[in-house]
Design a protein around this ligand. Sequence first.
Ligand SMILES: Nc1ncnc2c1ncn2[C@@H]1O[C@H](COP(=O)(O)OP(=O)(O)O)[C@@H](O)[C@H]1O
Ligand SMILES: [Mg+2]
Length: 272
Amino acid sequence: MMSTLKTPQTGTGELLLSLRGVSKHFGAVSALIDVDLDVHAGEVVALVGDNGAGKSTLVKILAGVHRADAGTMTFGGREVTVSDPRESLALGIATVYQDLALCENLDVVANLFLGQEVNPLRLDEVEMETRAWTLLRELSARIPSVRTAVASLSGGQRQTVAIARSLLLDPQVIILDEPTAALGVAQTAEVLNLIERVRARGHGVIMISHNMEDVRAVANRIVVLRLGRNNGLFDANASAEELVGAITGAADNAVTRRSARRSASTETEAPS
Ligand SMILES: Nc1ncnc2c1ncn2[C@@H]1O[C@H](COP(=O)(O)OP(=O)(O)O)[C@@H](O)[C@H]1O
Ligand SMILES: [Mg+2]
């Protein structure tokens, strides 16, 4: 089902984050052109699109890695600028990149509290272990022991540790870049369940994915980017065909039919 871009979306919770008219160029390359995005509390927004569509660039703008050339970002009702990753984190946006940035030789507790940002209280070992257990239990995470080295965890368990780590500072919005890429069926199911539990805690989740099955299983809304532009906004009932049509820009799909209708009516209205 399509809804119109540029109108406020009604989600399950309050509007947390809004981008309007965001553009980003790298030299002659237009990575993003006039992109809009809304994220509400307690919803999963899937960001989909072909390679080069602009998904990573959009995430990096939210994460403070890149600065947009144009457009606005509103967070918690006020307009903000995010000039570096620290500012993004401080606002309440946590990003889990595809490489996860975990230390193989360290155990789960050490990885959860790695870096100063996630240990502002300078917790001692016992407190860290307790908090690690509490959080993982809350998330019903299947980790055998918090003293297991990350090297011996499965792909799904690693993703779980990375997601749990991003939740330690209690962000309002959490961004997951391809959380199920390279996972088998059972591990994918485990991670999708985890994403549902993260949503149930009231966070707004942005999930990048190439897998239409995963997207339709977990997303409340699906935002399609194509060649750097918004190219469709769908709910979870969208068919795989509709999604693929919007992603690839196939000649005959709901998006192109709609925009064809729209430009036809604009032409009739325009003075000749
Ligand atoms: N740092 C960069 N320098 C130059 N071009 C870039 C850079 N990052 C992304 N691009 C270009 O911007 C476009 C969008 O890329 P990206 O956001 O990575 O897409 P996606 O994540 O959807 O595959 C591509 O054409 C890509 O080559
Ligand atoms: Mg990418």
